[in-house]
Structure formats: C-alpha cells, structure tokens
Design a protein around this ligand. Structure first.
Ligand SMILES: NC(=O)CC[C@H](N)C(=O)O
Length: 252
C-alpha cells in the first residue's frame, strides 16, 4: 500500500513520518499523474488559499476531484478538510477552489487567528472503538477550521464545545461580552463521508497514530488492499500497540 500525501505546502513531511511509524510508505504528490500510483491520499494542513493556488498552478484540481469521485480514500487535515468540504465560509477575497466531496460547510478560521491556536482533549468514542486506546485524542488546533453544517450522509466523529458567547462573524470568532451567556455549543471537528475523512486538527503532530491507522483501514474497505499489503519500511516497527505512548505533540 502506498499512500499519497499532497506535498505542495504545509505538514506533508509530518504525515509521511506518521505513516512511516505505522510501517506504511507515504509518497509526495505534486503532479496530477502521480495520483495514478497511489491508492489513497492525505491532504495536509497548511494554508488552504496558498495550497489552492499551488494546486491550480500545477493543474491538480481535475485529478483530485476525479480521485475523490472514484471513491478512493482521501483524508484532509485542517486546510485539507477545507479542500474536501463542498462549501467554505470565511474565504479570502476572490475565494479559492475546493476539491469538495464531503457534504458540509466549513468555516476556514473558525477558532480565530494564529495566536488563538490551542490544544484540547477531544472525546473520540468512534475512533477508540475501532482503534483501541483511550477515549480521548489530543487535538492540535492551529488556526483551525470547524464544520458548521453537515448533510445527512456525513458521520460526525468528534466535536468540541465552544462557549456560545463566541459568535461567528465573517472571518473569525468574535467574543461578545454578555451577562447571561448561553450554555456551551458544540462544533464539529472530525467527519467521515464514505471514504472521505476530515479532521480540523493535526493528528500528524502527535505521537498517537490512531487517526492514521483508522484512515489506512478505509483503503481496505474499497478493496484495494488490506492491512497485510502494508509495505514495511525497513527497520520500522509495524505495530501501533508497540509505539511509545507520548501524548505531547511530537514530530518524529
Ligand atoms: N492549520 C491549518 O491548516 C490552518 C488552515 C487555515 N485556517 C486555512 O484557511 O487554510
């Protein structure tokens, strides 16, 4: 199994390293024809407008849309989630192209600007039931988007409580001082529709490889390989369970 990682900009090296920790080869994708050699694709986090401009320059959009249409597994993290959404709010002037595929609306910078980046323990019961391990996952949110609306075919895999006095305006969340603030409201931060997966946070920046392992299993679902076809990277340990459990963001 060879997993493509869109390598125009952003955290593609970190995804390739996470795959390597699972004994899977990740290859950098920069040209449309390279997509023919991979069975699944990760679109990393970074900056979605810049990434879209580069994708446009390299004429990647038609091939990416075709890849999605063929039902091949694609996982978008952060900016990658924005790419996979059918609709994105809070775009820069002039907008940006999206690949689409997940029937949802995202807000590009829902949680605010770079300095409002944060980490939080997310409740991930569905991930834990498939992959084992703790019921929570450490979410690294870097100028992160959130999913505002989902269609009926979208499965919500994680959400995150935000105080409801954070009201969404056109480009970011803006705090309003109100005496009687309403209770917390949950925003969606991980979704799945068929073989498309989207996370608003960055699992590749943690040592917990369960989202990567979960994604790799989607390839099995489309019958293009099973876990036994995982290509071992020489000298690497194949077992997730034997990986050291460090819950701090780490790049190995
Ligand atoms: N860490 C990220 O990928 C941030 C994404 C960013 N909000 C964007 O619009 O692209």
């Amino acid at each position: 199994m060879v997993v493509g990682v869109l390598a125009l900009q952003g955290s593609f090296n970190e995804h390739i390293a996470a795959l390597r920790r699972l004994g899977v080869k990740g290859v950098e994708i920069r040209k449309p024809e390279q997509l023919q050699n991979v069975s699944s694709l990760i679109i990393p986090g970074g900056e979605s407008t810049t990434m879209a401009k580069l994708a446009e320059y390299h004429k990647l959009f038609p091939a990416l849309r075709e890849f999605v249409k063929m039902g091949k597994p694609v996982w978008g993290t952060c900016a990658g989630l924005i790419f996979l959404a059918n609709k994105a709010d809070g775009q820069k002037i002039g907008g940006q192209d999206l690949v689409g595929g997940i029937d949802c609306t995202v807000h590009r910078n829902f949680f605010g600007s770079q300095i409002q980046s944060f980490e939080a323990e997310l409740s991930v019961p569905k991930l834990a039931s498939k992959e084992g391990g703790p019921e929570t996952f450490r979410g690294v949110f870097i100028r992160a988007p959130a999913v505002l609306e989902v269609g009926p075919d979208v499965e919500v895999l994680a959400d995150y409580p935000v105080p409801s006095n954070k009201v969404l305006y056109s480009s970011s969340t803006v705090e309003i001082q109100e005496e009687n603030a309403m209770p917390e409201k949950k925003v969606i931060v991980a979704v799945k529709q068929g073989n498309l997966l989207g996370t608003a946070f960055h699992p590749e920046l943690t040592a917990d490889t369960r989202w990567h392992s979960y994604f790799l299993k989607l390839t099995g679902e489309v019958g293009e390989g099973t876990s036994s076809s995982i290509v071992a990277v020489e000298g690497e340990d194949l077992s997730f369970n034997q990986q050291p459990k460090i819950d701090l963001p780490i790049f190995q």
